[in-house]
Write a new protein. Structure first.
Lengths: 250, 262
């Protein structure tokens, strides 16, 4: 093992990736942490929007349905990069106008917060469609039975619809998570120091672009492989007790 | 036309429509659009549109061609072809396109000048520009995503079709050309349509390596005039229109092919 660690000492082939300052390992890991923070935050926000959007699309009044259709259609038709750019200027401006309107002073929103909100808003549109399909896949008899027991709408959702639709929704949700981790790289364009931006800075300083982009690529691959496993486990758990499709097991 | 207008004739839809028209009118009157004629007349917007479209078309066509072989290798190739093809698709699908783009542009772009024979060759005139790297990255990305789609498509064609073709005495190339590929493509036409829209939405990334596409043009306008929102809104509208055209085109093509599959 010693020769392997020796490779990462300053002066060796991979010395630039060392954790402490002549190497860029530390900043890269910080970038990875930022990427994960934004991705997790945006995923939670997007799922909340998605649940509300899916219920709005299925059970809402005519106006809610139309507004939801406009939201999902527009967000999915415009490139994410441009949405991020528009919202990145718009969100702080709107927040500040509301604040000054209420008599408070202007505040500087941290980029990590704006990035999370923007990505969550975009993800919400895709999540709405995934969850809507999954809710429709729950057999209608289940919902009727729950209503016959006298459950309120909220209880039906919490006890019957949401747990049962999870098995149908998780494959789509896993895809959205993988797309989201990759979409966080778009925040590099507005100068947020997540993994891709950090590796560009590291490459620019040391001229070893190939090395740092490869290292960042490996980290992204690790995220995607690991989260693929986790989602497969979650899907098996969510489908427990359901008859297997295609002979069960992936 | 009637089928289009009839669902619109509901009170709440008419109100929403009126609100939308009012909103666009408000955008038109309150925001500063005075820059628009200048940039149409000096051809910058058209040049950007042209770059975006030809990048999309060329990367789509070459990417799909590569994807057919990637899918074929994974579906029925020997392990020494299937394994690299699978690895390629996983890496492309597992890392952000922006990272791949920068890898080629900054990485390869900084390695090439170190070889004198590349600098002196005729290709250097092209390799020192940024668009080859953009086209290369977009093409590989589309090939990676579609390779996975094509793998499923090839595996989805019923075995009986291929056995019947073999029984007719067709060679492997003929089977691929006449039976396997056409049926596989037909199955995934809707998927490819969706992926084409995704590909369109990833083209603005090439502006980050200084290619003059639509997005880059809007950045230029913003730098020249200090106007932020109108160029971006026009850009979003343009992409929505192109998306609509792609969806329409694929719907026409899907209607051309018989929908009853074996």
């Amino acid at each position: 093992m010693n020769w392997l660690l020796g490779l990462f000492e300053p002066g060796h082939a991979l010395g630039l990736l060392a954790y402490s300052p002549p190497g860029w390992g530390g900043p890269l890991l910080v970038g990875l942490a930022h990427t994960m923070e934004v991705a997790v935050g945006a995923y939670i926000l997007g799922t909340v929007i998605g649940v509300m959007g899916a219920y709005g699309k299925l059970y809402g009044g005519p106006v809610t349905k139309d507004l939801m259709a406009v939201y999902t259609t527009c967000v999915r038709a415009i490139p994410e990069l441009i949405e991020i750019l528009i919202l990145f200027y718009l969100v702080p401006e709107v927040v500040n106008q509301v604040l000054t309107g209420m008599g408070y002073g202007r505040i500087d929103l941290p980029p990590i917060l704006v990035g999370t909100v923007v990505l969550g808003f975009v993800l919400g549109a895709y999540m709405t469609e995934v969850l809507r399909g999954a809710i429709l896949a729950v057999p209608h008899g289940q919902v009727e039975a729950a209503r016959a027991y006298g459950m309120s709408a909220l209880q039906v959702a919490r006890r019957v619809t949401l747990p049962q639709m999870l098995g149908y929704a998780l494959p789509g949700m896993a895809n959205l998570w993988l797309n989201l981790t990759k979409d966080t790289a778009l925040l590099a364009v507005i100068g947020f120091n997540e993994l891709t931006e950090t590796s560009l800075q590291a490459g620019g300083t040391t001229k070893a672009f190939m090395l740092f982009f490869t290292a960042a690529g490996v980290l992204y691959m690790v995220i995607s492989v690991a989260s693929g496993r986790l989602f497969a486990m979650a899907e098996r758990w969510a489908r427990r007790g359901q008859p297997g499709i295609r002979g069960g097991g992936i | 036309m009637k089928a289009f207008f009839a669902p619109m004739m509901k009170t709440h839809r008419l109100v929403l429509l009126a609100l939308a028209v009012a909103f666009f009118g408000w955008l038109w009157w309150t925001l500063d659009w005075s820059w628009l004629p200048d940039y149409i007349n000096n051809g910058l917007i058209l040049a950007g549109l042209w770059t975006t479209i030809w990048m999309l078309v060329v990367s789509w066509a070459v990417g799909l061609f590569l994807a057919i072989w990637l899918g074929l290798a994974q579906a029925s190739g020997p392990w020494y072809l299937a394994l690299p093809a699978k690895g390629f698709c996983s890496v492309i699908r597992g890392t952000p396109l922006l990272l791949q783009l920068w890898f080629f542009y900054y990485g390869l772009g900084s390695v090439f000048p170190e070889f004198p024979w590349i600098r002196q060759s005729a290709a250097w005139e092209i390799l020192r520009q940024s668009w080859p790297y953009a086209l290369f990255a977009l093409t590989l990305s589309f090939a990676g995503y579609e390779g996975e789609v094509m793998r499923g498509a090839f595996l989805g064609v019923p075995k009986g079709q291929l056995e019947a073709a073999r029984a007719y005495g067709m060679s492997r190339g003929t089977i691929l050309r006449r039976i396997w590929l056409p049926q596989a493509i037909r199955r995934v036409l809707p998927t490819i349509g969706g992926e084409t829209v995704m590909q369109l939405k990833s083209t603005p990334l090439i502006a980050t390596i200084t290619v003059l596409d639509l997005y880059q043009v809007s950045l230029h306008i913003r730098q020249d005039t200090y106007i932020i929102y109108p160029p971006l809104l026009l850009l979003a509208l343009t992409y929505m229109v192109i998306t609509g055209l792609i969806v329409l085109l694929f719907r026409i093509v899907e209607n051309q092919v018989p929908s009853k599959l074996g």
